[in-house]
Design a protein around this ligand. Structure first.
Ligand code: ADP
Ligand code: ADP
Ligand code: MG
Length: 478
């Protein structure tokens, strides 16, 4: 096992990794930018090194990161999510310098990080993919229009190297096609330094169902069940549920087998996620593989009792995976709500700033993975997600109750957050029924915002009367 690990990340995921290191008696090394001097990961790690004056450059500088790892005596690097986590060149460099990269082999990152290559590999192995094209690199306008016509509108344009819901455009008719392709390519170039874009059939009102994979360095692979991440805004996840409240045992078995197969044929090791779209006829299609720990890994931990970050470290250190598929059974349901420092009323514009008051939700089966504290000033340079509220309960219905309770307790003052917006979603009858798809937020957006206003009146009244509004919720079924 490693004695010391460098964490090439910041924010809540850096804290999550430090905690896993502490649990395993491993020393942790943090890196930080000038803007992150007061961030919690700097205070919590055993050692911390300033890597750059610039807010972003250091976290994206493979050579500087490796140099600090060497200097500190770390034996391995955990990349977290975002930043360099899916950068194959970084992984190559880490391995080339004699350190261990906590993730799959660099070649696998390169292969699966390219949506086009990943789709081809799946197709060759009989795993269904969404009908689509190769990258539209040297095609004429006429050819591109013909592709779209043959696939049938609406279609979706996606960056080959995309991630985080960026570099995606849905196109409803031919008039928008070439302009959308142009903007998509520009966004792809800006975010991923690769302007390759391909086209897929746009599946109408699908569910996003993804399977967590765990694989060791010796070819043993299991899946740790699925997460339903259909509640999205702008192709980005807001709420995630494990297991999905609405897929049958038979479908779970078939999708799980496809996910394991995807990992096996790609030579996968470590933790990863196979994402599928599920259409209204319950047909599933491979969408992409994320070759890293995912933001929403916590819900899988809650229902399986496994520590995924600790498992990543143990696998990278050469441990054999002793888990068997038959032994992996979900224990109840878990839901995660991503708290973003954003103003839902201003099109989710980022709202960084000073936290003047902070009260995280507590109580049984409530977990907060967060990087904020009272008086912390959220820097404006990074992703706006600042906390994840995770709950667990024996049934989906009770998990929804618990999430409503937790989101009401969770208080951040000084900045605007998505907490109330998420609360409104959880209060929706359709959410409780498991009746939603990826278009849910867009379809119900106005109502979700209006209810927020009603809810704050409700909270104001109950606060004034010093009542415990938890007790007044009208839906205790059990
Ligand atoms: P997906 O790529 O399937 O949407 P996630 O929602 O886990 O998966 O992550 C979205 C993308 O944005 C990933 O590339 C992830 O690494 C990055 N990302 C998401 N949230 C953050 C965050 N708080 N800080 C840094 N990167 C993030
Ligand atoms: P990213 O790498 O940014 O996570 P994905 O390929 O995983 O990109 O797609 C992100 C989201 O966009 C999906 O969760 C889904 O909601 C939507 N999406 C992607 N492809 C399609 C498609 N072919 N049809 C309908 N929706 C899609
Ligand atoms: Mg995705």
């Amino acid at each position: 096992m490693f004695r010391k690990i460098l964490i090439a990340n910041r924010g809540e995921i850096a804290l999550r990794i430090i905690r896993a290191c502490n649990d395993l008696n491993i020393q942790s090394v943090a890196i930080y930018s000038q803007a992150d001097e007061q961030s919690l990961h700097v205070k919590m790690a055993n050692e911390a090194y300033k890597i750059s004056q610039d807010p972003l450059k250091g976290y994206l500088d493979p050579d500087a990161i490796i140099e600090i790892a060497k200097k500190s005596g770390a034996q391995a690097i955990h990349p977290g999510y975002g930043f360099l986590s899916e950068n194959a060149d970084f992984a190559y460099k880490v391995c080339g310098s004699g350190l261990v990269f906590i993730g799959p082999a660099p070649g696998v990152i390169a292969k699966m990080g390219d949506k086009n290559q990943a789709r081809n590999l799946m197709q060759e192995n009989g795993i269904p993919i969404v009908p689509g094209t190769l990258p539209l690199n040297n095609n004429t306008q006429a050819e591109i229009k013909d592709f779209a016509h043959k696939i049938g509108y609406p279609i979706i344009l996606k960056a080959v190297a995309g991630g985080g819901g960026r570099g995606i455009r849905v196109v409803f008719d031919e008039n928008q096609l070439m302009d959308s392709l142009e903007t998509c390519k520009k966004e792809a170039k800006a975010f991923f330094k690769n302007d390759e874009v391909f086209m897929e059939k746009y599946i109408q009102n699908p569910r996003h169902i993804e399977f967590q994979i765990l694989a060791d360095n010796y070819g043993n692979v299991v899946h740790l069940l699925e997460r339903d991440c259909s509640i999205q805004r702008r192709h980005q996840k807001l709420l995630e549920i494990a297991p999905s409240p609405s897929i049958s045992e038979d479908l779970r078995r078939r999708m799980g087998a496809a996910a394991v197969m995807a990992a096996k044929v790609s030579g996968y090791s470590n933790a990863g996620t196979v994402e599928f779209l599920l259409d209204d006829m319950n047909c599933f299609y491979f969408m992409e593989m994320n070759t890293r720990i995912q933001v929403e890994h916590g819900v899988t931990e809650e229902i399986t009792g496994l520590d995924l970050v600790a498992r990543q470290i143990r696998i990278a250190s050469g441990e054999l995976l002793e888990l068997h598929q038959n032994h992996i059974m979900p224990q109840g349901f878990s839901i995660e709500a991503r708290i973003n420092a954003e103003d839902a009323h201003r099109d989710f514009a980022p709202n960084p700033g000073k936290i003047t008051e902070y009260f995280p939700a507590l109580g049984p089966c409530v977990r907060i993975d967060s990087c904020i504290y009272k008086d912390y000033v959220i820097p404006p340079y990074y992703d706006s997600m600042v906390a994840k509220v995770i709950v667990r309960a024996s049934s989906y219905d009770l998990a929804v109750n618990k999430m409503i309770r937790a989101l009401k307790e969770f208080k951040v003052e000084g900045i605007r957050t998505t907490t109330d917006f998420l609360l409104n979603i959880c209060k929706e009858r359709n959410f409780r029924r498991g009746d939603f798809d990826t278009s849910y937020i867009q379809t119900h957006f106005d109502r979700l915002l209006v209810q927020e206003a009603e809810d704050s009146v409700f909270i104001a009244i109950t606060k004034a009367m010093s009542l415990k509004y938890d007790l007044e919720l009208p839906f205790h079924k059990e």
